[in-house]
Design a protein around this ligand. Structure first.
Ligand code: ACO
Length: 337
């Protein structure tokens, strides 16, 4: 039994904010941002848009693509949606603190009445963890189809006065429709890992049970991502190398067997450093942070959708995802497309 990728979709907010736009507001420059990160622009959601809105749009986009391309037997959106058994949504910016899950809100909007829906919150690694969770649940046998979504409005947890972090992030969502099928291929294996000793290196401190809001408290700064950039950078290079090596070794394949590596789109320099250490040519990595910046759990599914629709990934290709994030956490998926 294989768990295969049937279709992909994405949702990108129309408002595009360039490095020059940011340089007009804070002490930064296009030159600094590009040379230190590879980022040229980011898309920012409107004030009234939450992660579920983008997640819903990306999911709908993936389902419509499946219908338009004849990738499923169903002929209407409604009948296709009713076959979905599972919605697993990765996010660092859920609509509501604690509950309900953002996945349940997407389930309701879609009318996916037969789906169990839940969130995975593992910062930028959320999509990789969600993908493997859905694979394992579909692999258990009694569920056939899953939507895996990464959806973020990081702009709402960004300190727009802090140049060290605000230039890095963007909003967006990506979605993948998975299906259980007879035969081989599909999601071949995944690596998931955590290093909780780095829990403080990427953190949103306020609002949880460690630091709850208190009655009468005056909020001077909206809760925002705090980051130890150097620690995250070093961790990221190390775990990208480890994840790629582990997947290749466990599968008994070589680098040249891979058609494409889709890394988490945090920083072009991180990818270059890892690639150099493993002797991987730059063109083996797909990058789009120049246009979208770091969209956390959405970065890999957005990239998967771009590659799928443009023909950069074709049926039968061997594709690897690899990422890292708060926790600290990391992982990757090996997929026969
Ligand atoms: N514009 C201009 N100057 C800046 C900016 C900016 N946006 N940001 C920092 N600087 C300055 C600093 O103040 C510093 O100035 P100084 O030398 O006068 O003190 C100088 O640039 C160098 O700063 P560094 O922090 O040393 O820059 P570095 O080359 O390390 O790059 C960066 C910083 C891009 C944040 C890098 O450390 C990085 O990418 N780290 C990983 C971050 C990451 O991937 N985060 C996402 C994780 S995923 C998730 O879970 C959300």
């Amino acid at each position: 039994m294989a768990i295969v990728v049937v279709s992909t979709g994405r949702a990108i907010p129309p408002r595009r904010v360039t490095n020059e736009d940011l340089a007009a507001l804070i002490d930064t420059s296009d030159e600094w941002i590009r040379s230190h990160t590879g980022i040229g622009a980011r898309h920012i959601a409107a004030d009234d848009v939450a992660s579920s809105d983008l997640g819903y749009e990306a999911a709908l986009n993936a389902l419509q693509y499946a219908l338009d391309q004849g990738l499923v037997a169903e002929k209407s959106l409604k009948s296709l949606i009713e076959t979905i058994d599972l919605i697993v949504l990765g996010s660092s910016t859920q609509d509501y603190y604690s509950h309900p899950s953002t996945a349940c809100i997407v389930q309701n909007k879609l009318g996916a009445v037969n789906a169990a829906a839940f969130d995975i919150t593992e910062a930028c690694s959320s999509f990789i963890f969600a993908f493997e969770t859905a694979r394992a649940l579909l692999g258990a046998g009694n569920r056939r189809r899953a939507l895996v979504i990464g959806a973020e409005v990081l702009s709402k947890i960004t300190n727009w006065d802090e140049r060290e972090t605000c230039v890095l992030f963007g909003d967006g969502a990506g979605a993948v429709l998975l299906e259980q099928k007879e035969g081989g291929g599909g999601i071949i294996r995944s690596v998931l890992g955590s290093d909780g000793s780095g829990w403080e290196h990427l953190i949103l401190r306020r609002g949880g049970s460690r630091n709850p809001w208190k009655k009468g408290e005056v909020v001077e700064q909206v809760p925002a991502i705090e980051m130890n950039g150097h620690a995250v950078y070093n961790f990221a290079v190390k775990v990208i190398i480890k994840t790629i090596k582990t997947m290749l070794d466990e599968e008994g394949i070589e680098l040249h067997d891979l058609d494409l590596i889709i890394p988490h789109q945090a920083n072009g320099r991180i990818i270059q450093a890892a690639g150099k250490r493993l002797n991987i040519p730059e063109e083996k990595f797909y990058t789009n942070m120049e246009e979208y910046a770091n969209t956390s759990s959405a970065s890999i599914p957005i990239a998967l959708d771009e590659c799928n629709r443009s023909g950069r990934i074709k049926r039968g290709d061997l594709v690897m995802t690899v990422g890292f994030g708060g926790g600290l956490s990391y992982g990757g998926n090996l997929i026969r497309w």
